[in-house]
Design a protein around this ligand. Structure first.
Ligand code: FES
Length: 220
């Protein structure tokens, strides 16, 4: 995935123009469609009998999380985009408010319009234990990878746990909040979603009474 997202740094005017962010987004999405089902670290979770016409029309999709393990980042598709869903265990939820994490973040309170009002909180979600974000880097549109555990060396030195975009090194925490000092300018977007059962999340539909329009966010 990272190879497909490598930028063209050539200054040679005879070569095709540099790729735009939209180009990167297209490549990343197409690449994901090709390899997502076989990616071992971020498996494509089975959606609940998604109807082809529903998917094509960008309609809502239901995901049953009952077999998702705590700490597992699973992937669904909605509007041809990867949706990351992470079951956050209690210690991970508690870490989201740790000053050690919050001090690293550019927009810890989600003030930029990158999520519905019902996810504009410190955990960026309806339920603190379930994160739902669009898995597309807000820099040039590559697909960040989930490294939930802190590490001294992986994927980079002094890693606190979160999502890492290998293309140009952007980092997000486990609420999709972007770190300071990285190329990505915004938090990962949160799509409209709601729960239709204890373990079933419906992507693409707001909770009753909410009117969030995904197309109104600052940047996909
Ligand atoms: S696309 Fe550049 S850091 Fe993610």
């Amino acid at each position: 995935m990272s190879e497909a997202c490598s930028p063209d740094r050539s200054e040679d005017a005879a070569k095709p123009p540099r790729a735009t962010r939209r180009d990167f987004l297209y490549i990343a999405t197409a690449t994901f469609a090709g390899v997502g089902a076989t990616a071992a670290t971020v498996p494509l979770f089975s959606q609940m009998e998604p109807d082809a016409s529903t998917l094509a029309a960008g309609g809502p999709v239901d995901i049953d999380l009952k077999t998702a393990a705590p700490g597992q980042n699973i992937i669904a598709l909605w509007r041809q985009r990867p949706i990351y869903i992470l079951r956050r265990p209690p210690d991970l939820v508690a870490s989201l408010q740790s000053p050690k994490v919050v001090d690293l973040l550019a927009d810890p309170e989600s003030k930029v319009w990158q999520q519905p009002p019902y996810a504009a909180n410190w955990h960026r979600s309806i339920k603190p234990e379930i994160l739902v974000v669009v898995g597309i880097c807000t820099h040039l549109g590559c697909l960040p990878k989930c490294f939930p555990d802190a590490s001294a060396t992986t994927p980079v030195a002094a890693w606190p746990g979160g999502y890492f975009c290998p293309c140009h090194g952007s980092k997000y925490d486990l609420a999709g909040r972007v770190f300071k000092g990285v190329p990505a300018p915004y938090n990962l977007p949160v799509p409209p979603y709601r729960f239709v059962g204890d373990t079933i999340v419906r992507i693409g539909e707001n909770p009753p009474g909410e009117k969030f329009d995904f197309d109104s966010i600052v940047q996909l």
